[in-house]
Design a protein around this ligand. Sequence first.
Ligand SMILES: Cc1cc2nc3c(=O)[nH]c(=O)nc-3n(C[C@H](O)[C@H](O)[C@H](O)COP(=O)(O)OP(=O)(O)OC[C@H]3O[C@@H](n4cnc5c(N)ncnc54)[C@H](O)[C@@H]3O)c2cc1C
Length: 408
Amino acid sequence: MPDPLNNSYYAATANAWDAQPAFAGEGEYDVAVIGGGFTGLSAALACAEKGLKVALFEKETVGFGASGRNGGQLIPGLRWSMREIDEEFGRERAQAIFDLAYGAVGRVKDRIARHGIRCDLKAGHLEAAYKPAHFDAMQRDAEFLAKEFGWESEIVQPRDMGRHINGGGYHGGIYDPRGGHFHPLNYALGLARAAKDAGVEIFEHSPSWLGDANARYTIMATDNWMQDLDPALGRYTIPIMNYNIATAPLTNWQDYLPSDAAVADSRFVLNYFRLSADKRLIFGGGEKYVQAPPADIAGFVRKHIAEVFPSLANTPIDYAWGGAVGVTMNRLPHMGRKGNVFFAHGFSGHGALVTTLAGELLAEAVTGTMERFDVFAKLPHRPFPGGKLFAQPLATLGLLWYALRDRL
Ligand SMILES: Cc1cc2nc3c(=O)[nH]c(=O)nc-3n(C[C@H](O)[C@H](O)[C@H](O)COP(=O)(O)OP(=O)(O)OC[C@H]3O[C@@H](n4cnc5c(N)ncnc54)[C@H](O)[C@@H]3O)c2cc1C
C-alpha cells in the first residue's frame, strides 16, 4: 500500500536508483551506519573515503525519512542566530560553531559538484518578517553576522520585497545568496550513488539494531527513530509532523516568486515555500503535534497558501505529503558518542545543510579526530521531561504557547 505520507513530488520525480539488497546477516565491517538519510549517507561516504569498510542499513529505502520529504530549503546556519550563540557560548566557541554551521553550505555544494548530483540546486534564500519586530531583530542579527563573522547577506526593506515575493504582506526580510533550495530526495540518492561508488555496501529494507552487524563502530543516524535503538537518547528529541504540497506547474510563477528564491517566514509555526525545477509551488505550512496525519493533507496546507498568495487559494494541488521533523529542546542538533557508538540527530528543521557536515564529523570522530565533532558534541542538551508517556504532550503545550504568541 502506498505510504499516505509519501505521495510526494520528490518520489514522483526521483532519479533512477537500483533497489539495494536486504542484509543477509553476513560480512565484517569497520563501521555500520544505521539510517539512509543525509546524515547516514554522508557519514558512510566520508568513512569509505577514509578507507574504512562500511555497511549502511536502511529500514525502508534510501531517503525514506525526513531527507527525502523536506522543504528543500537550504538555510545557512542553525536555528539560533550567531548573536544568540555568541551571547550564550562566548566568542571562541561561537567562532568554531560559525565555521562549521556556515561552512556546511560549502560541504553540500562540494558534494553536488564533485559527484555530479542532479538535484535542481538553485541559489537564494529569503527569510521574511511576519511582524515589524521580527524585521528589527533580523536586521540586528544580519548586521552582527556581517560585522563579527564576515557573513554578508542582504537586508531587504519592506518596499523592496517585491523583488523576491509578491504576497504574504511581509515586513521586510533577509536575502542570503549563499542559501538556496534543492530536490532533497535526488540529493540523498546522489549521495547514496557516491557512497556505493566509494565502496559502501547499502542494504535497504534492512532494519538494524545496535550490535546486529559485525562492525567495530556504529553510527546511529536514525533521527526520529532513535528511541527504537536507544530509548534514553530518543528522549532528546520529539517528532513534529509537518506537511508539504506541490501545485501544478505555474505559468505565471514570476507574479509570485520573481527571483526564484526559497522563502521561509519568521513565525514559530512557519510557512515556507519555493518553486520546483518545473515551477510548481512547493509549500510547507502548519504543524501537528500528534502523529496522525490530517485526513486531507492538501486541504490542511491550502489554508496556509491562501494566507500568503490569496490568488492561489484554489490552484490545483498535484502532490501532498508529510514527515516528522526531529526537534531537540533547545533546537540545536544533538551529537555525541557512547563507547563505540556515535550519533547525530535533532537538526530541528535546519537539517538540509548541516546533516552533510554532521556525517563528515561523525566519520572524523570514528577515525579518532574529535576536535570538530566536539564543537557540536559539547553543545548543552537536556532530554524532554516527562518520560516516554508525557514528553510529547508536555512539549506540545509549550509549542502551542509559542505558536499562539505569533498570533497576538
Ligand atoms: C516535512 C519536513 C520539512 C523539512 N524542511 C526542511 C527544510 O526545508 N530545510 C531544512 O534544512 N530542513 C528541513 N527539514 C529537516 C530535515 O529534513 C532533517 O533535519 C534531515 O533530513 C534529517 O536527516 P537524517 O539523515 O538525520 O534523518 P532522516 O532523513 O530521517 O533519516 C533517518 C533514516 O533512518 C532510517 N531508520 C530508522 N530506524 C532504522 C533502523 N532501525 N534500521 C535502519 N534504518 C533505520 C529511516 O527509515 C530514515 O530513512 C524538514 C523535515 C521535514 C519532515
